[in-house]
Design a protein around this ligand. Structure first.
Ligand SMILES: Nc1ncnc2c1ncn2[C@@H]1O[C@H](COP(=O)(O)OP(=O)(O)O)[C@@H](O)[C@H]1O
Ligand SMILES: [Mg+2]
Length: 350
């Protein structure tokens, strides 16, 4: 009676080491099947090896070990060689440019109310005054202000193939949730929808043929900002702050986010830097002084400008004609135009 059994054959094979390893071929998972027909044994192995010498070496060792078993008849060893699958590199999912736009610039900061939208709007207009073709996208989905600042309640039209045509005002192209929402109804959107709306503003709007597209970011470093910095190729970021320490703390968080995704900081705009009393010309440093300068030095980036607290600037924004558009000769407008010229030399149009 034969003492041969599948178990015996398996045990025999599990004493054979994989060439160059201390592990055996069974625990490596090479053994696919054992067939015992009387005293004849047939085993099939599967090897995934890029090295040509391995399969014959294993074949020889297996045959020798099986032939050494008492009472063994014919030994057949079948080896299937499987070519290792080349791992498919995942499609690169990094930031991509916005079609038709030469430079995308974000205006951001950690803190709300420091004047990001005011700076974004006036900078967009100032770039346009230097002769560039400019767009301004209000990425503050929850708290849009671009529609108000440009005094437009026009509704964007869609093309037949579902592209959104941006609103045009004061010579620049605009998109804002303010054009989409009914009156004062708040944007009640959940996280994923906000991300989708942001993507639509960036990708579904016909921003074609622009030299600069300015993105006005909401405060903080939330979903919208992450969507923007992770999906769009940005030429750089302009960071807006007031001189106060509380604003600077948030600025550092925003700067850390930009650094993480390798977005260059083009510079800092210190807004509400001081107040010049119209009567006596005395300068009041309402929010303290030097914060923007110190932060710019710390980061090694330019301080692009110090915009004072100014009644005309606020009124112009509220009225729907930002100061650069309403009164280009105003010293504050001149500052924005100087900043725009500086940005143009940093980000030239090739
Ligand atoms: N330099 C300034 N002088 C006077 N008011 C300003 C100035 N900058 C911004 N404001 C006003 O402050 C408010 C907040 O500004 P905004 O640009 O909306 O800030 P953010 O976008 O950072 O929330 C607005 O009413 C705006 O008109
Ligand atoms: Mg804003």
């Amino acid at each position: 009676m034969s003492i041969l059994s599948e178990d015996l054959i398996r045990a025999t094979l599990s004493r054979i080491r994989y060439p160059g390893f201390s592990r055996d071929i069974v625990s490596f998972g090479l053994l696919k099947s054992i067939q015992l027909n009387g005293n004849d044994v047939s085993v099939s192995l599967q090897i995934t090896s890029p090295e040509a010498s391995i399969p014959p070496a294993i074949q020889a060792n297996v045959e020798a070990a099986l032939r050494a078993l008492p009472g063994i008849g014919n030994v057949t060893v079948k080896i299937d060689i499987v070519t290792p699958a080349v791992p498919q590199a995942p499609a690169p999912k990094g930031p991509t440019p916005i079609a038709g736009v030469k430079h995308v610039i974000v205006v951001g900061s950690g803190k709300g109310g420091v004047g990001k939208s005011t700076v974004a709007a006036n900078l967009a207009l100032a770039l346009s005054k230097t002769g560039a073709k400019v767009g301004l996208c209000d990425c503050d989905i929850y708290g849009p202000s671009v529609a108000l600042m440009f005094g437009s309640r026009e509704r964007p039209m869609a093309t037949e193939d579902d592209r959104i045509i941006p609103i045009e005002a004061a010579g620049i192209k605009l998109m804002s949730m303010g054009f989409v929402l009914e009156d004062t109804s708040p944007a009640v959107l959940r996280g994923p929808m906000v991300t989708r709306t942001t993507q639509q503003f960036l990708r579904q709007v016909e921003w074609e043929n622009l030299d600069y597209l300015i993105l006005d970011l909401p405060p903080g470093t939330g979903d919208i900002q992450l969507t923007v910095v992770q999906t769009v190729t940005l030429s750089g970021a302009v960071v807006v702050t007031t001189p106060q320490e509380v604003a600077l703390i948030d600025v550092r968080k925003a700067v850390a986010m930009f650094h993480k995704v390798n977005v260059p900081i083009l510079g800092i705009v210190e807004n509400m830097s001081y107040f010049l009393c119209p009567g006596d010309g005395v300068r009041y440093n309402i929010f303290g002084t030097g914060g923007g300068t110190r932060e710019a030095e710390r980061l090694g980036v330019p301080l692009l400008g110090e915009i004072p607290i100014d009644i005309a600037t606020r009124e112009a924004g509220d009225r729907g004609t930002p100061i650069v558009h309403f009164d280009p000769k105003n010293p504050i407008s001149q500052q924005f135009i100087a900043i725009a010229e500086r940005l143009r030399s940093t980000l030239p149009l090739l």
